[in-house]
Design a protein around this ligand. Sequence first.
Ligand code: HEC
Length: 107
Amino acid sequence: MIRAAAGMLQKWSSAMKSALIGVIAVLLSVETAAAQQDDPRMPAGPNRALVIKTCIGCHALSNLYSTVGRTREGWNRVLDDMTNYGMNVTTQERGQILEYLATALRP
Ligand code: HEC
């Protein structure tokens, strides 16, 4: 009887532990995403929010602002690459994203 209770307690506490770890992981990832959304190194401009939302789905925004200086053609090729990696946007969104990249992150 005592053994069973101890076993239950152990199970319960390990379940609690993993629940807690899950909550912490979610909080941390939300915080990271929010911090990245406010990244001041992304220049202001139309469609900025859409670009950030789309691109942080896979990697840090530093991939964008640290490779600033592409022409519209260059960014268009990047978007082709990202589409090959699995980026999923509508044609309209792709146009808006390209517009931001080609103007805010131009050479
Ligand atoms: C489906 C996943 C995915 C999405 C969404 C995505 N990328 Fe990428 N991107 C990658 C991968 C994979 C790489 C290559 C590995 C790395 O650098 O992390 C990459 C690398 C890059 C690079 C560096 C590559 C180079 O040739 O220097 C740039 C610039 C870039 N991405 C821009 C963007 C932009 C802009 C967006 C949003 C419009 C975006 N990515 C969205 C997957 C993605």
